[in-house]
Design a protein around this ligand. Structure first.
Ligand code: CAA
Length: 284
């Protein structure tokens, strides 16, 4: 299965990173978002990240320009997907929104087109269930910052075909990343392991065991994590962490996944981390 044209839906942090790495690997990418200003910001971010790589002599000026030339942007999803080989959806973690998008993709994208989601928590089997082509639906879970992080967690839904898995595995190698296959289950592997650690770090603060910077220092210096769990929670977004913990809690019905009350309170207060200028730490 030859993947040449990719459509990425959603120009936020993950969508622009996914667009960047696909275009850098030689694929033509259409980045689609309803909001023109999000698209402008996405291109500015990709350009900034390419400039950083250029200044570190990781890429040449020609490679930078060729990468940017392979990216087109637009707000018209229907016409963009008409000749797509792969669509990667990277919108907010809202099942209703994703359901609408996958229903439309199923109608408008060519029959051979693979429908992937970058979801970090929503069931791939459930998304596949809103389409008439569940064998062609798969999870492609990238990590932030996408140009840096090596992993793509490839999530196989109940009916994902081996042929589709093999095509996505091979594309992931082409992107310079490492594919790791997992089966569809709440939080997959990444967030089933990561989120309880972040939640436990928040409990340490909530119960007065340690201050955020001390909890983080323990994990950075003692366990060689590049960021402490609370700094990472701010980076990911506290609302995203809470959503994922709720998916784990609801999915397994096991109290070990109950979100810390402090996390719930911070989200209620609108302290969502880096994107709102503050969470466990002030930003900017
Ligand atoms: N885009 C492109 N390159 C970037 C970048 C970005 N947004 N941010 C940093 N970089 C590059 C830098 O240019 C630098 O490159 P060189 O090594 O070539 O010099 C490298 O990354 C390291 O950056 P810095 O020196 O500026 O800073 P750092 O050493 O502190 O690293 C970090 C920054 C890579 C983010 C590191 O702290 C890290 O790995 N943190 C953990 C990130 C993580 O766990 N991400 C996963 C989050 S979970 C998720 O995304 C999915 C989910 O479902 C919730």
């Amino acid at each position: 299965m030859d993947i040449r044209k990719v459509v990425v839906i959603g120009g936020g942090t993950m969508g622009n990173g996914i667009t960047h790495v696909n275009a850098a690997a030689g694929l033509n990418v259409s980045l689609i978002d309803l909001n023109e200003s999000v698209l402008e910001r996405a291109i500015a971010t990709i350009t900034k990240n390419l400039d950083r790589m250029l200044s570190k002599q990781k890429i040449t000026e020609e490679e930078k320009n060729a990468t940017l030339a392979r990216i087109s942007t637009g707000t018209d999803l229907e016409s963009a997907v008409k000749d797509a080989d792969l669509v990667i959806e990277a919108v907010n973690e809202n099942f209703g929104l994703k359901k609408k998008i996958f229903t439309l993709l199923d109608e408008k994208a060519p029959k051979h087109c693979i429908l992937a989601s970058n979801t970090s928590s929503i069931s791939i089997t459930k998304l596949a269930g809103v389409t008439s082509r569940p064998a062609s639906v798969i999870g492609m879970h990238f990590f932030n910052p996408v140009p840096v992080m090596k992993l793509v967690e490839i999530v196989k839904g109940l009916e994902t075909s081996q042929e589709v898995y093999a095509a996505i595995e091979s594309l992931t190698h082409k992107l310079g990343k490492v594919p790791v296959p997992v089966n569809d289950s709440p939080g997959f592997v990444s967030n089933r392991v990561l989120m309880p650690m972040i939640n436990e770090a928040i409990f340490c603060v909530y119960e007065g065991v340690g201050k955020p910077e001390d909890v983080d220092e323990v994990m950075k210096l003692g366990m060689a994590h590049p960021m402490g769990p609370l700094r990472l929670a701010d980076f990911i977004g506290l609302d995203v962490c809470l959503d994922i913990l709720n998916v784990l809690y609801d999915g397994f019905r096991d109290p070990k996944y109950r979100p810390c009350p402090l996390l719930v309170q911070m989200v209620d207060a609108g302290k969502l981390g880096d994107k709102t200028g503050g969470g466990f730490y002030q930003k900017g």
